[in-house]
Design a protein around this ligand. Structure first.
Ligand code: FNR
Length: 366
C-alpha cells in the first residue's frame, strides 16, 4: 500500500505517528540569556504536539554557550538545561508526538542580535563573544564581525565532547530523536565547506578530512542515544556558490552514505547559509526537494530522507509522501502560522480517521 502523509514511520524502536515534522525554528525567547527554556518554549512546542505533528523538533539548541546564534537561544550545555527541557519533552510525548531536539553550534555565525533587532554582529561590549570556526575567517557581515578563532585539535575534541554531552542530556530529558545541525553555515557546515575550511590538518583539505568532525559528532550522538533512538542530521545540500570551490550535491550524496555508516537514520536536506554571496535560484514550494530526492536516489545506504522548504499545503505534503519523493515532510513557517496544521490537513484531505484530535478540542473539529 502506498504511504501517505498520515502513515506512521518506523525508525529503530520509535514509531512516528505521521509524516509531518515541525522543523527546528529559533524562537530567540530565552529570558535571562542563560539558555534555559521558558514558558514560551513549553507552549510553542506543546501546541504543535497538540496540533498533530508526528515529530516536534526544538529550535537549534546550543551544546556550548559560545555556540548560540543569539544570547536568547536555547541551550543544553548543563544538566540544569536538561532539567528544564524534560517536562517539555514529556508533554510533547504525552500528546502522541515524538519529541526531538536539534543539537547545534553556531560557529562563526554565533554572537548576533535577534532578527527583529537586525541580526547584527553582537560585539563583546554589548554582551557578544568571540566565535570559533575551522579557520580564523569571520563571516563577512556588512558591519564589523566578532573575532573568530581557529579551533585547534583540542578545541575540536571539545566540540565533539559537547555534542556527546548534549545528546546524553537530551536522552535523559526524554527526547526520542536527536538531530545534529550541520547546515546553514554553522560550525559543522563550516568544516564541510571549502569556502570556510582552509585547514591543512586532518580536519581540512580532502573530502574525508572536511567531513571528519561531522562523522565523529554523529558517532558520539549515536553512542549516547543508544540503539533504540533515531539520530537525524540536517545538512545544506549545496552552498549555492557554483562560481567557487564549495559544498555541492555530489558531496552531499557521498556524505549521506558516510553519515549512515556513522549511525544516522535520516538526513534532513536543507541548503545554503555559508556565505552572503550565495545565489539561490528560486525559493518556493518544495524548492529543496530536488536535492533530497537526488540524495535519496543516489545513496547506496537505506538512510531515510527528510525534505524541508516551502511545504505549505496539505495536498503538497501528502503528494511528497505518496509519490515516494521523501520519507518525512519537514515544515517550518506553516507551523508558525498554524500550530494545528496536521489536524487541519486531515480535515482538508478527508482523513479525520487518521488523527487524534485532543478530546478537549473535539467540538472545534466537528
Ligand atoms: C528557521 N530555520 C532554522 N533551521 C534550523 O535548522 N534550525 C533553526 O533553529 C532554525 N531557526 C529558524 C527560525 C525561523 C523563525 C525560521 C522561519 C526558520 C529554518 C527552518 O527550519 C526551515 O528549514 C526553513 O524555514 C524552510 O522551511 P519552511 O519555512 O519553508 O517550511
Amino acid at each position: 500500500m502506498t504511504d501517505d502523509a498520515f502513515s506512521s514511520l518506523e525508525i529503530r524502536d520509535t514509531t512516528v505517528r505521521n509524516r509531518f515534522a515541525m522543523s527546528p525554528m529559533c524562537q530567540y525567547s530565552v529570558d535571562a540569556r542563560d539558555g534555559l527554556a521558558t514558558d514560551w518554549h513549553r507552549v510553542h512546542l506543546g501546541s504543535r504536539a497538540v496540533g498533530g505533528a508526528g515529530i516536534v523538533l526544538t529550535e537549534a539548541t546550543a551544546v556550548e554557550e559560545r555556540g548560540r546564534i543569539t544570547p536568547e537561544d536555547l541551550g543544553v550545555w548543563s544538566d540544569d538545561h536538561r532539567d528544564v527541557l524534560a517536562p517539555i519533552a514529556e508533554f510533547v510525548a504525552s500528546q502522541g508526538a515524538t519529541p526531538g531536539i536539534q543539537l547545534a553550534h553556531a560557529g562563526r555565525k554565533a554572537s548576533k542580535t535577534r532578527p527583529w533587532e537586525g541580526s547584527e554582529p553582537l560585539q563583546p561590549v554589548d554582551g557578544g563573544w568571540e566565535t570559533v570556526a575551522p579557520s580564523a575567517v569571520p563571516y563577512p557581515y556588512d558591519d564589523e564581525s566578532p573575532v573568530t578563532t581557529r579551533l585547534d585539535g583540542d578545541g575540536i575534541a571539545d566540540v565533539v565532547d559537547s555534542f556527546r554531552a548534549g545528546a546524553r542530556r537530551a536522552r535523559e530529558a526524554g527526547f526520542e530523536i536527536a538531530e545534529v545541525h550541520a547546515a546553514h553555515g554553522y560550525l559543522l557546515h563550516e568544516f564541510l565547506s571549502p569556502v570556510t575550511n582552509r585547514r591543512e590538518d586532518e580536519y581540512g583539505g580532502s573530502f574525508e578530512n572536511r567531513t571528519r568532525i561531522l562523522r565523529e559528532v554523529t558517532e558520539a550522538v549515536r553512542d549516547e542515544m543508544g540503539d533504540e533512538r533515531p539520530v537525524f542530521v540536517r545538512i545544506s545540500a549545496t552552498d549555492w556558490l557554483d562560481d567557487r570551490r564549495s559544498w555541492d550535491v555530489e558531496q552531499s550524496v557521498r556524505l549521506a552514505d558516510d553519515l549512515s555508516d556513522a549511525g544516522a537514520d535520516l538526513i534532513d536536506v536543507s541548503s545554503g547559509g555559508i556565505h552572503p554571496d550565495q545565489a539561490i535560484e528560486w525559493v518556493g514550494p518544495n524548492y529543496q526537494l530536488r536535492f533530497a530526492e537526488r540524495i535519496r536516489n543516489e545513496c547506496e545506504t537505506d538512510v531515510k530522507i527528510g525534505t524541508v522548504g516551502g511545504i505549505r499545503a496539505a495536498e503538497q505534503a501528502d503528494a511528497i509522501i505518496r509519490n515516494d519523493r521523501a520519507d518525512l515532510a519537514i515544515v517550518g513557517r506553516r507551523f508558525l502560522s498554524d500550530p494545528y496544521f496536521p489536524l487541519h490537513a486531515a480535515v482538508e484531505l478527508g482523513r479525520e480517521d487518521a488523527v487524534d484530535v485532543p478530546v478537549q478540542y473535539q467540538r472545534g473539529f466537528e
